[in-house]
Design a protein around this ligand. Structure first.
Ligand code: NI
Length: 403
């Protein structure tokens, strides 16, 4: 259990805001520099050099090369106290940027299309601010610059290499700039924020033949189609309707010609759910269905199922801390969006399995400025005003938690 005593009188919020506003042009500059040099997971060499160089310049102690390209900054207050962590991801996506902006990606086919350049800039600015205000917090703040969030899972090797230990982290926060929400809003909630991500691959082996002579074949397309439909009954009929879950078949490849019955069919897909109690369930239930249908038709199959990320589960007390601080930062309780759950996944979940914490969405869309494309879109960009808000939320969380 984490106990939190909020003491608004202790933290001088107007001072924090005024200073971060002064810092804003630099935060934007850092973000744009990072945006121009996007790098894929575990290859964030320039990014991690950029981060390390800034930390060095500011006299912040850090460790580089954790989980290949991760960086851990450690900033101690001037009094002993608790240990708090902030996590930012640094990787980009294999997308060709279509924005025509001066800070456009200079790396062909690679783009910061999810906002991780912004996360890195926010974490850097938080490090800068805290290192200049060591009297304002007790204990230690660890800032974790994580590689490879996009599917490769950089969080696990960072944890395995000890970023949460020595000194042991007591609470962790992280954010995602979020174009689903407009600028000036924050999505935060206790419990599940994002879903577990699991994946599967299925190959059905039938018996091919002439399209007009089906009696001599085992049609892998017919078998596969029944499987696709039957898999939907897991969500519709096997899990508690109060829980949310998704089974998506994303690929279905079979056949070579209109008059040939396909010998094999290949499918891939993803499963999402919030309730951790379903860990292990979907893969098992899917195989029962696949096995039954294949046997009924005399087909055989190969089925691979694996768990990528667990659900992002927020601790109640730390979510409360973030909520109370964020309400102040967005200057209105109306800016708070508690119904902000998404079936998207995030490997922040691994950190949250280790220590209590809170991951939250920072609204970053601005339709008036044309900054409302969804994440992973070649024209994705966000309103950079959100950067300062992110720093303010992080700094205030530190000053509240580490009193
Ligand atoms: Ni992302």
């Amino acid at each position: 259990m984490v106990s939190i005593s909020l003491n608004p009188l202790f933290v001088d919020t107007s001072r924090i805001r005024a200073e971060i506003r002064t810092l804003q042009p630099q935060i934007v500059e850092w973000r744009r520099s990072l945006h121009q040099k996007p790098e894929l997971g575990f290859r964030e060499l320039l990014t991690s050099d950029f981060v390390a160089q800034k930390l060095q310049e500011w006299g912040i102690s850090f460790q580089k090369g954790i989980a290949k390209t991760g960086v851990l900054a450690t900033i101690s207050g001037n009094r002993p106290g608790r240990v708090f962590a902030i996590r930012a991801d640094m990787d980009a996506l294999p997308i060709q940027e279509e924005n025509d902006v001066p800070y456009k990606s200079q790396h062909d086919g690679v783009m910061h299309a999810c906002g991780h350049d912004g996360h890195t800039a926010i974490a850097l600015a938080t490090a800068y601010y805290l290192s200049h205000h060591r009297d304002n917090f007790a204990g230690t703040v660890k800032i974790i610059f994580q590689p490879a969030e996009e599917g490769l899972g950089g969080a696990e090797p960072m944890i395995a290499e000890g970023v949460l230990k020595n000194p042991d982290v007591e609470a962790i926060v992280g954010l995602h700039l979020w174009n689903v929400l407009p600028l000036g809003t924050v999505g935060v909630r206790a419990g599940a924020l994002m879903a577990a991500v699991e994946c599967f691959e299925l190959t059905i082996h039938g018996k091919g033949g002439h399209g007009a002579i089906p009696q001599q074949t085992i049609d892998s397309v017919v078998v596969g189609s029944q499987i696709v439909s039957a898999l939907q009954t897991i969500v519709a009929r096997n899990i508690d309707p109060i829980d949310s879950a998704v089974v998506t078949v994303g690929e279905f490849h079979a056949g070579t010609a209109h008059n040939v019955i396909a010998d094999t069919a290949h499918m891939t897909g993803t499963v999402r759910y919030f309730n951790p109690a379903y860990k292990g369930y979907f893969g098992q239930r899917m195989e029962q269905i696949i096995k039954g249908i294949c046997e009924a038709h005399g087909a055989t199959y190969e089925f691979k199922y694996w768990e990528l990320y667990p659900p992002v589960m927020n601790d109640g007390a730390i979510a409360n801390l973030v909520r109370s601080v964020a309400e102040d930062v967005v200057e209105s309780p109306l800016g708070m969006v508690p119904e902000c759950q998404t079936m998207g996944g995030e490997d922040m979940s691994f950190f949250l399995q280790e220590v209590p914490g809170c991951y939250f969405f920072l609204g970053s869309a601005n339709a008036v400025k044309g900054l409302a494309y969804p994440h992973h879109h070649p024209r994705f960009d966000f309103d950079e005003t959100a950067l300062g808000m992110g720093v303010e939320i992080f700094v205030r969380c530190v000053e509240e938690f580490c009193q």
